[in-house]
Design a protein around this ligand. Structure first.
Ligand SMILES: NC(=O)c1ccc[n+]([C@@H]2O[C@H](COP(=O)([O-])OP(=O)(O)OC[C@H]3O[C@@H](n4cnc5c(N)ncnc54)[C@H](O)[C@@H]3O)[C@@H](O)[C@H]2O)c1
Ligand SMILES: O=C/C=C/C=C(\O)C(=O)O
Length: 488
């Protein structure tokens, strides 16, 4: 049972703003009311964007890169000071294990701010020298400037991680931001606004509006003519909708979208490590990670043994309350999302899948039966053109199939409308070098998964996204660059 319901407010021009229209925030663990959220209407979104624009002409627009770096570290300090509150808020909204919220979600929130504080402080700009036709030595150099006001729209699956992955570099580059978190996970974004306020972020530099997508705050924000760039993380079809809106005014976009990622397990792999790795890559966060492996291909000589081991490991996963000792998996984000996942469980049977394990809803015999839990599920026996092998499900489920040759598995992995991430399990270094570049994806892990160096480019191809963020790639997206040519 959650403590007394809280009211989550918007944050605009340095002030917390309530609204008459609110929506409920419901716990996915037991269906109880967590609180109410103030929904921003078009006028309030307009106020937020105007506050961001005004901030560019105010003190925030005068901050040096070093001052912005210092402020980002102060924000990271503020999150660390309230770390347990952020963990509790993320867990309340999502039902995830406390351990995950501590070691992944909130920890990455701090790391994102610290990473981009360092990067903006160290980032140099290009400078070239040439001899002009008149014999003069000419210098051409570039300078970075902010776009202005950046709209940041984030999803519910890793709320704090993904929101701060965008807020940190956007502010590091001097932009004002207007953030619109998912309606399913409003709590840590609101806490972040409190930390921004406590850190003394100049008014209008950071603004928060709560609401939904279509005909609500998300759409009002992306359609606003004073939004200079849009960074969005979410479903591919939402990205396509936002892209059409961004075309008005030719605004820059950075999209991190859906995936139908593959894990490829060769017979020469470290078997136990590969089993543990595929359990992680298929069931972390109840499979609600864009990088999760919903397709698993195993070299035929070890296929039967691997299926048996993966089945056993999946059935050993502890599903339960977020704060239970040793819990590995929590609930899905909502009943609505669980209905979507369960519809795929039914579809898989219709498409002829063999259910190796799972495929249903766990029966706890307590209030968790009012939550949004599903069983970790493994299928086999489906053809590559089955919808369950081609469409993103975004739940704790994978389909496992045998393969015989490298050429075959590369072709099958690439036979997808998506292209986000692949995980490869092999001890053969030659093979690792030769095949990894042949996958048409943004990210390949070898003998690991979701291990992140925040300086590297991150993003997807095809329906999985547009652009790369991470390291200087984020600085490039969140900056406008002017090249200046100096003739003596
Ligand atoms: N590639 C990545 O890095 C990455 C990371 C996380 C999640 N995702 C993807 O996100 C999806 C799950 O997240 P979700 O269900 O929140 O996605 P979603 O697209 O339903 O919503 C994402 C955000 O967009 C907003 N939104 C929805 N419609 C909008 C519109 N028309 N205009 C403006 N805003 C709108 C929502 O309110 C929410 O804040 C999955 O497909 C997953 O693969 C991708
Ligand atoms: O659900 C998708 C996870 C995306 C992760 C990142 O964007 C990251 O690790 O920076």
């Amino acid at each position: 049972m959650n403590p007394s319901p809280v009211l989550l407010r918007n944050y605009i021009a340095g002030e917390f703003v309530t609204t008459k229209t609110t929506f409920a925030n419901i716990s996915p663990v037991d269906g109880t009311l967590i609180g109410h959220v103030c929904e921003a209407d078009a006028d309030l979104v307009d106020r937020a964007v105007r506050a961001g624009k005004a901030a560019q002409q105010g003190p925030w627009g005068q901050y040096s890169a070093a001052q912005r770096a210092q402020l980002l570290h102060k924000i990271a300090d503020g999150i660390e000071r309230r770390f347990d509150e952020f963990v509790a808020a993320e867990v309340a909204d999502t039902g995830r294990p406390v351990h995950q919220a501590r070691t992944l979600d909130i920890a990455r929130g701090v790391a994102n701010f610290r990473t981009f504080a360092e990067l903006i402080n160290q980032a140099g700009n290009e400078c070239f020298e040439m001899r002009a036709a008149d014999g003069s030595d000419v210098f051409s150099f570039s300078v970075r400037k902010p776009h202005g006001v950046v709209a940041i729209i984030s999803p519910w699956n890793l709320p704090m991680l993904l929101l701060t992955w965008k807020v940190a570099p956007a502010m590091a580059c001097g932009n004002s931001v207007v953030i619109k978190p998912s309606e399913d996970t409003p709590s840590t974004a609101t806490l972040l606004a409190e930390v921004m306020h406590e850190a003394g972020v100049p008014e209008g530099a950071f603004n928060l509006v709560h609401g939904f997508g279509p005909n609500s705050a998300g759409e009002y924000l992306t359609k606003h003519p004073d939004i200079d760039a849009i960074t969005f993380t979410g479903e591919s079809r939402t990205g396509a909708t936002i892209m059409k809106v961004a075309a008005e005014g030719v605004r820059d976009v950075s999209f991190e979208l859906g995936g139908k990622n593959a894990a490829v397990v060769f017979a020469d792999c470290d078997f136990d490590a590969a089993v543990a790795g595929v359990i992680r890559s298929s069931f972390t966060n109840s499979g609600q990670v864009c990088l999760c492996s919903e397709r698993v291909y195993v070299e035929r000589p070890i296929f039967d043994r691997f299926v048996a081991a993966l089945k056993q490991a999946a059935e050993n996963l502890k599903i339960g309350y977020p704060d239970e000792d040793g819990v590995n998996m929590g609930s899905l984000i909502s009943h609505k999302h669980r209905d979507k996942v369960m519809a795929y469980f039914d579809l898989a049977r219709d498409e002829g899948a063999e259910v190796v394990t799972g495929g249903g809803i766990p029966n706890f015999g307590d209030e968790r039966d009012r939550g949004a839990y599903v069983q970790p599920t493994i299928w086999t026996g489906l053809p590559d053109d089955a919808r369950c092998v081609r469409e993103e499900i975004f739940g704790p489920v994978c389909h496992i199939a045998p393969f015989d040759t490298e050429e075959e598995v590369i072709r099958r992995v690439n036979d997808s409308a998506y292209g986000l991430a692949t995980a490869v399990w092999t001890r053969d270094l030659r093979r690792a070098h030769s095949i990894t570049r042949k996958f048409h994806v943004g990210m390949v892990w070898v003998n690991t998964w979701f291990l992140r160096d925040l300086r590297t480019p991150f993003g997807g191809v095809r329906l999985s996204g547009i652009g790369r963020e991470g390291g200087r790639h984020s600085l490039d997206f969140y900056s406008e660059i002017t090249t200046i040519c100096m003739h003596p």
